[in-house]
Design a protein around this ligand. Structure first.
Ligand code: AMP
Ligand code: GLY
Length: 436
């Protein structure tokens, strides 16, 4: 089976790595890929935004399955285009991808189908004064979200109503996020811990993957600026079997049913971003793709053939395929460039990658690297996702394995959080204390 993976980050490296383990995998191409992906796949310089270029490539190389990493090509309709040409592709249609592409569509859909989420109101920029009046009736903290895709900058948690007014002004009057911020959702602030659950689905059948927790802030203790994600671990014990069952019955089943009823069956990976509140799990957001860096810990836990599973989703035959899980834990520590998520330098040589070995249960997924004259250089903010898989339920041990690998890798200005996974350990300890 010839496969094309679209994207260039750690998530795509993990996808290629897992797909490559399949006996069915023939040549794997990645567009555009990175230096790490290039060790497993043939990288081709076509960007995710060049949907027509990707289609021509897929036809020319007789690609049997295309797997889309990032959201933009999905929201821009790559699945509709490929399917119209008879090509198999893993991901939702443009209409289904609106669950991520438009916060307003997602919130209204959840309201209609009674999916638990934060209370909300919607305002367009023409309704700035109504939005201001609405804010005066709210209590802080309050969350202001741009309707459209904003590369992770679209949701602002405002600690005061004054901050919320400023955010509205930035979105509506200063066009801080362009068209994406011309309509906003103002929503209730939810308290609790966050977790991510991925669902693989062919529109009818679904398989739920191991719940994960991301670490979005730049500093230890979930402090400092928001980032694309500084590390993840799975399975997250805070998502107990009871909570996962509530997520399935109250969120996943009604969402997939609702999407079918609305004539836009959801196929691909549905990322359910959750807040585990005192009133039960509620949806923070949907994404129409795997999370990054969660994919780096969730995919290694699948004890099955990813080619077969993704192909079954794309060809509506998921009922024929199981998706068992290894009884294992996985931890991914992101190594970033100094300065990230603000300005940072690139082009720094990376050492120590050769010392890692799969036998130790460690793999460094490349997020932004390039190879120049035989040397691997940093090429972005998040550079590597150093991932350990421990074939036991000992989360602490897997965390130690991941950090011992991180300590063997070096580049000028390397920065990483030192507490990835510790919330899982804390939760497990609190359960132990509760049971004695
Ligand atoms: P989003 O882009 O919707 O995923 O939001 C980004 C981040 O903002 C989330 O991961 C949460 O940490 C935070 N957030 C978004 N909405 C809420 C909410 N209603 N209550 C609390 N935190 C939120
Ligand atoms: N890890 C957050 C995301 O992929 O959106």
């Amino acid at each position: 089976m010839n496969i094309l993976v679209i994207g260039s980050g750690g998530r795509e490296h993990a996808l290629v790595w897992k797909l490559k383990q399949s006996p069915q995998a023939g040549t794997i191409y990645c567009a555009p890929g990175n230096a790490g992906i290039a060790t497993l796949a043939e990288c081709v310089p076509i960007k995710g935004s060049d949907i027509d270029g990707l289609l021509q490539f897929a036809k020319k190389k007789k690609i049997d399955l295309t797997v889309v990493g990032p959201e933009d090509p999905l929201v821009n309709g790559i699945v509709d285009l490929f399917e119209k040409q008879g090509l198999r592709i893993f991901g939702p249609s443009r209409a289904a991808a609106e669950l991520e592409g438009s916060k307003v569509v997602a919130k209204r859909f959840m309201e209609k189908h009674r999916v638990p989420t934060a209370r909300f109101a919607v305002f367009s920029h023409e309704q700035h004064s109504e939005a201001k009046r609405h804010l005066e009736s709210c209590t802080a903290p309050i969350v202001v979200k741009a309707d459209g895709l904003a590369a992770g900058k679209g949701a602002v948690v405002c600690q005061t109503i004054g901050d919320a007014h400023t955010t509205l002004h930035d979105f509506f009057e200063k066009s801080a996020l362009g068209n994406a911020g011309k309509t906003v959702v103002i929503e209730e602030f939810m308290r609790g811990e966050e977790a991510s659950v991925f669902v693989l689905t062919d529109g009818e059948q679904y398989r739920i993957l191991a719940p994960a927790q991301d670490h979005k802030n730049i500093l230890d203790g979930d402090c400092g600026k928001n980032t694309g994600g500084m590390g993840a671990y799975a399975p997250a014990p805070i998502v107990t079997p009871d909570i996962l069952s509530a997520v399935e019955q109250k969120i996943i089943v009604p969402v997939l049913k609702g999407m079918r009823q609305e004539g836009k069956p959801y196929r691909g990976c549905l990322y359910v971003g959750l807040m585990l509140t005192q009133d039960g799990p509620k949806v923070v957001e949907f994404n129409c793709r795997f999370g990054d860096p969660e994919a780096q810990v969730v995919l290694p836990l699948i004890d099955g053939d990813l080619c077969e599973i993704l192909m079954a989703c794309a060809s509506r035959t998921l009922h024929t395929v199981q998706c068992p899980e290894h009884p294992a834990t996985a931890v991914c520590v992101v190594m970033a460039s100094r300065g990230y998520p603000d300005a940072y330098e690139t082009g720094k040589p990376i050492s120590g990658l050769d010392a890692l070995s799969a036998e130790d249960g460690v793999v460094a997924f490349h997020a932004a690297t390039k190879q120049v004259d035989g040397q691997i250089l940093t090429a972005g903010g998040r550079v590597l996702g150093v991932t350990a898989v421990g074939y036991s339920n000992e989360l602490e041990k897997t965390i130690r394995t991941a950090y011992s690998a991180v300590h063997r890798i070096a580049f000028d200005g390397a920065y990483y959080r030192s507490d990835i996974g510790s919330k899982g350990v804390r939760y497990l300890l609190s359960q132990l204390k509760g049971s004695v």
